[in-house]
Design a protein around this ligand. Structure first.
Ligand code: NAI
Length: 252
């Protein structure tokens, strides 16, 4: 018996990084997966790369309500139900002090990271008719401040509020909702943040982050996915409304 046998999962932000690694693990554990991403080319390549009849995809911008409704429909059309929702798509925005932070980038980060998670919860969870598990990707930046990352920090704190509300409102439908809080992970997002902080010395920016992590290194994506899998599976069936940290000790 695999951990996700007979389960249908939606994964947003599934064409790269943590979402893509999650798709790989969920398929291995017996789930059927609808992969959602705004980047159609990567999405198609990712799904074709799996070469597995249990995965389908839907191109969607999670910050647009109509697009969210469309990926819900795609999941139901392809697989007939939804048991697991990994509400994960996110962007980093810019690394600038608050006083200089561009308003358009602030709005974009809130649109994708906060509204995207909100629309996902609003339109997906009511369709999880036989109960299930929702995992929202926050960050260590959802638990503490980071200078220069104001929009990202605000959005990642905000999704904790969405999680707590959803966990209460949907508990009577046997739907569990939790957030995960990774520290830096070896994905494209961290490469972009390092380059943004220090265009001439992104390796130096990486070393700076590493010295703030007690375990001394970034996570591999799979080390975050192990937590996602636990929260998605019935092994965590009594766990809801929680904030789960996987950060090598960064927020100690
Ligand atoms: P990534 O940048 O490698 O992948 C993110 C994926 O989301 C990309 O495929 C991108 O096309 C997609 N995406 C972006 N905007 C979208 C939109 N509007 N609609 C649909 N898809 C969209 O990022 P990574 O590292 O895999 O991050 C995944 C989640 O983990 C994000 O929410 C991020 O904030 C969070 N996170 C990442 C950490 C890290 O160090 N990489 C640390 C803590 C949290």
């Amino acid at each position: 018996m695999k951990k996700l046998d007979n389960k249908v999962a939606i994964i947003t932000g599934g064409a790269a990084g943590i979402g893509k690694e999650t798709a790989k693990t969920f398929l291995r554990e017996g789930a059927k997966v609808l992969l959602v991403d705004i980047n159609e080319k990567s999405l198609k390549e990712t799904v074709e790369g799996f070469n597995n009849p249990n995965i389908a995809y839907c191109k969607a911008d999670v910050s647009k309500a109509d697009a969210v409704k469309e990926y819900v429909r795609a999941a139901l059309d392809n697989f007939g139900k939804i048991d697991v929702f990994f509400n994960n798509a996110g962007i980093e925005g810019s690394s600038r002090p608050m006083a200089d932070y561009p308003d358009d980038i602030f709005n974009k980060v809130i649109d994708v990271n906060l509204k995207g998670v909100w629309y996902g919860c609003k339109y997906v969870i009511p369709k999880m008719e036989q109960g299930g598990s929702v995992i929202i990707t926050s960050s260590v930046a959802g638990l503490k401040g980071f200078e220069g990352l104001g929009a990202y920090v605000a959005s990642k704190h905000g999704v904790v509020g969405i999680m707590r509300t959803a966990a209460l409102e949907f508990s009577n439908k046997k739907i569990r909702v939790n957030t995960i809080h990774p520290g830096p992970v070896e994905t494209d997002m961290m490469r972009r943040i390092e380059a943004d902080i220090s265009p001439e010395d992104s390796d130096g920016a990486k070393k700076g982050f590493e010295t703030s992590i007690p375990l001394g290194r970034y996570a591999e994506a799979v080390e975050i996915v192990n937590l996602v899998l636990f929260l998605a599976s019935d092994e965590s069936r009594y766990i809801t409304g929680g904030t789960y940290v996987a950060d090598g000790g960064m927020v100690i």
